[in-house]
Design a protein around this ligand. Structure first.
Ligand SMILES: [Cu+2]
Length: 83
């Protein structure tokens, strides 16, 4: 019984990880597209956006997709994007 529980938990974790995996790059692309439009941000905001964007990519590559989306979401919020 215990093994079964572990298997179910593992497959659930894998499934959600996979779902997130495809989402992060979409957010990164959207942020890059927004940055390419020269958004009117203060220097501090721009620094934050770039930091969150970079953090998001780092988390994504590390397989921490929930953290990646959280970080990318902060960048999007500063950019005033509706995601
Ligand atoms: Cu990801």
């Amino acid at each position: 019984m215990k093994i079964r529980t572990i298997l179910i938990a593992a497959s659930l974790a894998l499934a959600s990880g996979t779902a997130f995996a495809g989402t992060c790059p979409k957010h990164m692309k959207a942020i890059d597209a927004e940055l390419a439009k020269n958004p009117k941000l203060t220097e501090a905001q721009m620094t934050d956006v770039k930091k969150y964007r970079a953090d998001g990519e780092t988390f994504h590559k590390a397989g921490k997709h929930a953290d990646a989306l959280d970080s990318l979401g902060k960048a999007e919020k500063i950019l005033g994007m509706k995601m």
